[in-house]
Design a protein around this ligand. Sequence first.
Ligand code: PEP
Ligand code: CO
Length: 384
Amino acid sequence: MTLSPCLQMDHYTDDPVAQGPVYSSTLQLIEVIKKLEYKKNLVSIDHVRTLFKNLQKNQFIIHAGDCAEIFSSPPRHTQVMCELFEKFFEIFNQKCTIIGRIAGQYAKPRSTPTEVINGQTVTSFFGDIINGQNIHDRTPDPYRMLKGYEHSEKVLKDIPFHLNKLKLGDSFFTGHEAYLLPFERAMIRHKNGHDFATSSHFLWVGERTRQIHLGHVKFAASIANPIGIKIGPKADIEEIKSLIRLLNPYQIKGRLSLILRLGQSMIKEQLPKLLKALKNEHVLWICDPMHGNTEKLPNGMKTRYFSKIIEETHAFFDILKAFDLTPNGIHCEASGYDHITECLDETKGIILDHMDHFQSACDPRLNALQMIELVEFCKSSLRL
Ligand code: PEP
Ligand code: CO
């Protein structure tokens, strides 16, 4: 993979990183980091260990939630997400592990550092924990990390009230992209000889920051949590092998998930090549049928066709089975509401002229009905 031309530094280690905010005040940054280092864990290390054990049990794994959570979301948002998680659990007769993209999914890598809005070039929105959606609020502000901590804490407190059959830390866990390294490093806690990230149970490294010698991968290698790494259609097989050696040197099942986001048009060509080379690796195979299927509409809006999401998932199941491998799970961006119209879907009347409910702060999400259909499709494909 080629290195980004604008490398920045990991504030803790001076390792170069492919992406990350540049804060104008190092003093403010250090003040925030120190405060975070003295705060309580957001999630318990025992629960991180439970997730690790769950991931070793061959139960289907469902990651789902917002592309980007925002701090202003009302408490109802947590409630409807939890209702959706409960539905997955019912569909799978309580035999699945759910990892919500919730209570921490606040930082977003971006394809371009700036964007043009109404003719004005502004810094891109990197997620509420870094800068604001309002175009006058795009300067990275380290104090937002403290708000991120508070928001996570609040959502984590609310979640148990909205779960019935699922239990936080038992069958339900949280996960987000390990993008904002000053925050993630400040939340590391040491227990029994290991460093655990305590901002959430599961962390993954994104497609844009998974370069082997750079800071995000080094961070992932340094923690004892179960981790994931996103794999796009251009990923080099030797590079993936090196990542596996580095991130899971003892070949422990459950430690490393390869979250494939190849796209419906590439999966049939790319996945067999990957599996031929990596079939015997001790990794979990997860399908993200969202991120390889993002399209820009003529009006500038982003969307994804639901039919392509289903097709990619279908191909994932078929190809893994042909290689005698178990499909371990899916990773999706989904809203808890039925009325969201972000992913085009003629069968549900979500057509170009009726995308009135695009509310995502970043990528288009499945609405709750589409997500349930996808989960049911997974269940029937597994023939459970
Ligand atoms: C994401 O999961 O929101 C994301 C940015 O994914 P990727 O790294 O696969 O593009
Ligand atoms: Co996304």
